[in-house]
Design a protein around this ligand. Structure first.
Ligand code: NAD
Length: 326
């Protein structure tokens, strides 16, 4: 029988990120951890001991004892695990990307609707403290530049860099720009793996906003930055440090602190550019993301990063892949 009181949540796939899922789930008070499953028996044993959680020998046993499941396995396995979990009556949190193709993503969405289950996808940057600040500014960006660069790592190479890294920025940009895509130009290269390791895409929206995205997994340094330009405003977001810098053109203000005032513009009307580095309240984005999932289940509300929005990001990533055509 499924529990009505505290959500019983399990984790499937306890590799690099699954470990963090458990670490954060352990800190959430209104849930019960039903256990874990990983097809690497040694890893499952290790994580079961580390967090003192039950190690289920089969997925079936974990699903039968859970109301919700976090799926933190390689992308190619997301669909088969998620459809099984939905059919067994579980709400599903699926790490990004939702799946590796649109047909499977739509099948999951349809099945979840049919069974009244929640799908949330792990587009964690939407819960980044810095992006959370941006969301409340009601921006109308006209040009966006994003860089998501990562040092080479053998994990995640089962999919092109578009589905592994660029998809984060695609999801963020699609949530910010309320317009349809008009045109995409893209280029990409395979360098070390058998799929695209480095790519650049230029997306033109119907409202004339342009987004220029670069993603690479063969960088010397890690970087997760986005710059947004709109009339009289320029904002930079550093997702790694969860920090923001804002530059805003304003009418002359007499009481502005010297440190905030960058430059005076002498035109017909005197203007100045104000620099601001807002104090961002730091928190663990994964914890907030998982709490959001639990909240959506308890209230049967639509998660911010639901199956539909994740599928839209996936479809743009796959379109970029087709354009690159290597
Ligand atoms: P990983 O290789 O470290 O871990 C995957 C784990 O899944 C391994 O322990 C493996 O044994 C297990 N596994 C594989 N197939 C399985 C199956 N059929 N059933 C049960 N267990 C299975 O990978 P990772 O880096 O933890 O990535 C996992 C997922 O998380 C991927 O989808 C990846 O895209 C996503 N991810 C998201 C972010 C993010 O920022 N949101 C960051 C890293 C990874």
């Amino acid at each position: 029988m499924k529990s009505e009181l505290r959500i019983r949540i399990g984790v499937i796939g306890v590799g690099h990120l699954g470990d963090f899922h458990l670490k954060q789930l352990k800190t959430i008070s209104n849930i019960l951890i039903s256990g874990i499953y990983d097809n690497d028996i040694n890893r499952a044993e290790e994580i079961s001991k580390k967090y003192n959680v039950q190690n289920h020998i089969t997925i079936k046993s974990l699903l039968a004892n859970s109301d919700a499941i976090s799926i933190v396995t390689p992308t190619s396995t997301h669909f088969s695990i998620a459809i099984n979990a939905l059919k067994q009556g579980c709400h599903v949190f699926i790490e990004k990307p939702i799946t590796d193709n649109i047909y499977d993503a739509n099948t999951l969405i349809k099945k979840a609707k049919e069974l009244n289950k929640i799908i949330q996808v792990g587009h964690i940057e939407r819960f980044n403290p810095a992006f959370n600040y941006i969301k409340n500014l009601n921006l109308k960006p006209q040009f966006i530049e994003s860089h998501r660069l990562s040092q080479f790592n053998s994990r995640g190479n089962d999919v092109p860099v578009l589905l592994d890294l660029m998809i984060h920025d695609l999801d963020l940009i699609l949530s910010l720009v309320k317009s349809n895509i008009k045109n995409i130009r893209a280029n990409g290269i395979k360098i070390v793996s058998s799929t695209i390791d480095m790519a650049n895409a230029r997306i033109e929206f119907e409202n004339k906003c342009i987004a220029n995205l670069t993603a690479s997994r063969i960088s010397q340094k890690n970087m997760r930055k986005m710059r947004l330009f709109q009339e009289e405003e320029y904002i930079t977001i550093d997702f790694q440090t969860a920090s923001i810098e804002e530059y805003k053109v304003c009418d002359m203000q007499p009481n502005i602190k010297n440190s905030d005032k960058i430059i005076e513009i002498n035109g017909e009307h005197k203007k100045q550019i104000i620099y601001k580095k807002p104090k961002i309240k730091k928190y663990d984005a994964l914890k907030i993301e998982l709490e959001h999932f639990i909240h959506s289940i308890n209230n049967f509300s639509k998660p911010e990063t639901d199956g539909e929005s994740a599928t839209r990001a996936l479809s743009v990533a796959l379109e970029i892949h087709n354009i690159i055509n290597i």
